[in-house]
Structures are given as C-alpha cells and as structure tokens.
Design a protein around this ligand. Structure first.
Ligand code: UN1
Length: 513
C-alpha cells in the first residue's frame, strides 16, 4: 500500500536533505554524516538529515548559555505566553504532524494525532503553571524573621527522547522547562529525526514573531556515536531528562551522576494488570488489548503481563485469543489498521529472539510471534502480536521486550497477585480491574503496587499529561509532565529575612563577640 505524504512534508518544511542543528529560529548547515529515514510501514525513504557534529554542539551550548541569561529574567507569565502561542501553532499542524509521526515511527494515525494532542495539552498546562511557580512560607523560630522558599530557573535542560514518542516527550519536558525559565537542548532518537525537525519548524515561527533569543529552544540531531557521552558529561547541563532503555539509562545516570548533575530518567517498564474475579471482563479485555498491542507494544507503559484469577483465567484467555486472531495489522496510515509495524527490522529480530526465549524457558505460545510477509508487508517490520502463558520468574518475563508480547500468569490468592505484580525489576505503570473496594484499595495502598503509576479499571498506558509521569526501581525514579513535576526543572532556594535590629542565632545558641 502506498500513501503519499509529500503534501504534509512540504507543510512541515521537510526537504529531501535537512540540517540537524537548530537554535530556535536559525538552522545551521551541518557537515555531520547523513542519516536516512525510512517508513517502517512501506519501507520508502522519507528524507535524510545531516547530523550535528561535536563542533555544532559546542556552538549550540554557547548560544543556549547566552540565551538563558536573558530568558530567566523574562517574567514567567510572559514565558507562558510564548508557550500558549506554541500550543496554538501546534493545533494548526496537528494533522500533518500526526501523519509524519505515524509514517516515520509506525504508530497508527489515531495514536499519531493523540501524541500531538499531548503536546497541545502540556502547552495549556504549562501556561497555567507559569503563574503558579510558588513555594511555601514558614514561620521562623526567631522574632521578626521571615522564611520562605522560592524557585529559580535552573539553566540548560538536555532532553533525550526515544523513538516511540517522537514529539510528545520533548513537549512534556520543554514546555515545563520554558515556563520555569530554562532553555532546552533536544537530542531526539535517530530513528525519528524528521519529526523533531518538523517540530522545530513549527516553533520557530512563534519564537521569531516574539523575538525570543536564539538558543532558548535548540535541536541537535545526532546519534550516540556522534554525540553521546560528551552531552551527558557536560557540566553546562544541570538537568538531563532521558527517556529510553534501562541499559542506556544506567549509563546516562552514571555519567550525569559523576558530575552531580540532576536527572529525570524514564526507563523501562514491565507493566501488569491484575484481573480479579470481581472485574468487569469486557472492560478488562479492551484495556488489555489496547495496552498490549497499541503502538505495536512499543510504549514504556505497554501492558506486558496480565495476572488473572483462576476462576476467570480460561475464559479471559480464550476471548483474548479470539480478539488477537482478528486484529487488523497493516500500514500505520491505513484507517482500518489497529496494529502498525514495529519501528525497524532490528526491533523485529529482538521480538523473534524474545519469542524463542519464552519457549526455551518453558512458556507456551498461545498465538502470534510471526513476521508477516506478502503484499503490504514488504518492509519486513510487521509481526503478529503474541500471547504466551508463562511463570513470572522466567528471565525473559523479568525483562522488558519492546514489542507486542503479552504474558499471562495465573493466581489464586489476591496477596499472591500483588506479590507477582511487584516481583520484577521495573516499576513504571500498573493496573487492577476489579469492582471490589477491598481489592482496589489494597492495590493502591502501601502494600500494593510499587509503581509510579497505579490505575483502577483503566489500563497501564495512555496516561494524561496532568499527572506526574515516571516510575520507581529500574524505571529510573524521576517525574516529568504534570502535577508538581515542574519543581525538578527549577533550583530551590530557602530564604530567611531578618527585619529586626538584633542578630539572634537559631537553636538559641549564644555567641557574643
Ligand atoms: C512512553 O512510552 O515513553 O502513558 C511514554 C502513555 C503515554 C506516554 C508513554 N502518555 O502511554
């Protein structure tokens, strides 16, 4: 199937060959090695990008540092006004950008649109936040003393985003960072450079119209071979927000930690749904299918395990297999499709290797696990989503396979379900389907789910931007997006002001000189 998106590429300012370096308004001609971007849906070359070099990077950092000195002094609500305009501009480009996300990354068009909607939503959220960057006031133990804490801009925020959310992850970080008075350098995944270039073209108009200094929002499109350790070790970047695998995240955490920089790490998940005898089974089925095969299983919040009570297990399994047997798999931009391709053939190989491991470790494959061939599947990136019956302790089950591979695990006692649920190294998202108050409350209690996100009667994926997003254990530990996640993007300061004519010491210490 051929779908022509040349009109959308033109609208988004994507040429055959693009430069990978931007400081907000200006694009810099780069001499870095070219990366070609192919659609996993039809294998067509979309366009290519000349990557940023180390020299480009240093120039970007210099501009960003200069820009920060100006930007931090712009009143926060005025910074919010720029973000408001970015949100308006994104609304105009929702369809073409959603289409490019879908075509370059492989998620279906509906999800591409949803991703741009998340960008718009976080802009709206950040505009409100720009008037709410507040701290507490405390009563001092000393007479005529006042104490409060306040938040100052931090500096350059380095945002490293993964291929699976080519545009939204940047927005969650960048829009909050902007209202916080920070400047941003974005290093996107080399699998989806074109989406990042399109986003920068969209925001450039707003930055230009408002005379925002060069360097407030920058892009360095460079693979880790061109620019990796240097970026993470750079003392000019006080906060690195990294989304990616646990393996790379540990390395990033080490490099930033060595220089005592701050990190927000949004790494792997091994997200489970507990389905109890009290569950609404229809709702649970729909949530499990969307969670497991949405984005072809390539969300960090994807449902990887379902822990199902004995009494409903067989019925749930059979109904799930029937649904899986009918899933429309195809081109991400075909509106009939519910399951698009994996991002590339490397992801397909990883998927097939995981299926083999499941079998070798004692699991029973119930459906799926194959590569599709023939008409419409020429790119080699299409697979049939799999379900396997396993035990939770298998090595492969303990690992995150970034593909549509769903594990079924049985339980008989509720406490056992919670134990199985938590017995993995990761801790991002979790859910329970139950209408029994004692079960749902226990799941949300101190002895319940150990994840950063815990849901009742909704699935593990598809979080709204209004809540802080992130996880525990090997998921990394930071939070981005909504709630009070903005605090991580700012420098906290405690202030004590003495308006008396005495100098009393705290703790009643006498020290008379
Ligand atoms: C990710 O996969 O990196 O909750 C983020 C969700 C999306 C975000 C996923 N809002 O599924």
């Amino acid at each position: 199937m051929k779908i022509d998106i040349s009109k959308e590429l033109k609208q988004l300012g994507i040429s055959e060959v693009n430069n990978g370096v931007c400081t907000g308004i200006e694009w810099k001609t780069t001499s870095g090695a070219a990366v070609e971007s192919f659609s996993p849906s039809d294998g067509e070359l979309i366009a290519s990008v000349n990557q940023a070099t180390a020299t480009d990077y240093h120039e970007v950092v210099k501009k960003a540092k200069d820009a920060f000195r100006v930007w931090r002094m712009v009143p926060a609500p005025k910074r919010g006004e720029i973000v408001r305009q970015i949100g308006l501009e994104l609304r105009k480009f929702k369809e073409p950008l959603g289409k490019l996300v879908s075509y370059e990354m492989g998620k279906i068009y509906q999800e591409g649109l949803g991703e741009v909607q998340e960008m718009i939503d976080i802009c709206d959220f950040a505009v409100g936040q720009s008037r709410q960057l507040y701290g507490f006031t405390m009563h001092s133990e000393r007479e005529k003393h006042r104490m409060y804490d306040q938040y100052h801009p931090l500096g350059i925020v380095g945002v490293v985003s993964a291929f699976n959310f080519p545009v939204a992850v940047w927005a969650w970080n960048a829009m909050i960072a902007l209202v916080a008075g920070d400047v941003v350098i974005w290093k996107p995944s080399s699998k989806v450079f074109l989406c990042a270039i399109a986003v920068h073209n969209i925001v450039a108009k707003v930055l230009k119209e408002n005379d925002v200094p060069e360097g407030v929002l920058s892009l360095v499109a460079a693979g880790s071979r061109e620019l990796g350790d240097e970026f993470f070790s750079d003392k000019n970047i006080p906060l690195v927000s990294f989304t990616g695998s646990t393996k790379i995240g540990k390395k990033v955490g080490g490099l930033v930690g060595q220089r005592l920089g701050k990190t927000i790490l949004e790494l792997g998940g091994n997200n489970a749904i507990i389905i109890t005898p009290e569950a609404d089974i229809e709702m649970a089925l729909r949530a499990v299918v969307f969670g497991a095969v949405g984005t072809c299983g390539q969300r960090c919040t994807s449902t990887r395990r379902i822990i199902v009570h004995d009494s409903v297990y067989e019925d749930f399994k059979n109904r799930l297999i029937t649904i899986y047997g009918q899933l429309p798999i195809g081109h991400a931009l075909d509106e009939k499709t519910l399951v698009g391709p994996l991002v590339d053939r490397w992801a397909v190989d990883t998927y097939l290797a995981a299926i083999e491991k499941v079998k070798a470790q004692g699991g029973k494959l119930l459906i799926g696990g194959e590569v599709l061939t023939g008409e419409g599947y020429e790119s080699g990136c299409f697979v049939t989503p799999a379900i396997a019956e396993v035990e939770n302790h298998y090595e492969i089950v303990q690992d995150e396979t970034f593909a549509p591979l769903l594990y079924m695990i049985r339980y008989s006692e509720f406490d056992e379900a919670i134990r199985l649920h938590n017995d993995v190294p990761q801790g991002l998202s979790s859910a329970i389907f139950s209408t029994h108050l004692l079960e749902t409350e226990k799941f949300l209690s101190h002895e319940g789910s150990d994840c950063g996100i815990a849901n009742v009667n909704i699935g593990t994926s598809g979080a709204e931007i209004g809540g802080a997003f992130g996880g525990e254990k090997e998921t990394g530990g930071g939070r981005e997006s909504g709630s009070d996640a903005w605090k991580a993007y700012m420098r906290r300061q405690t202030n004590t002001i003495n308006y008396s004519t005495e100098l009393p010491l705290a703790q009643g210490i006498e020290f008379n000189v």
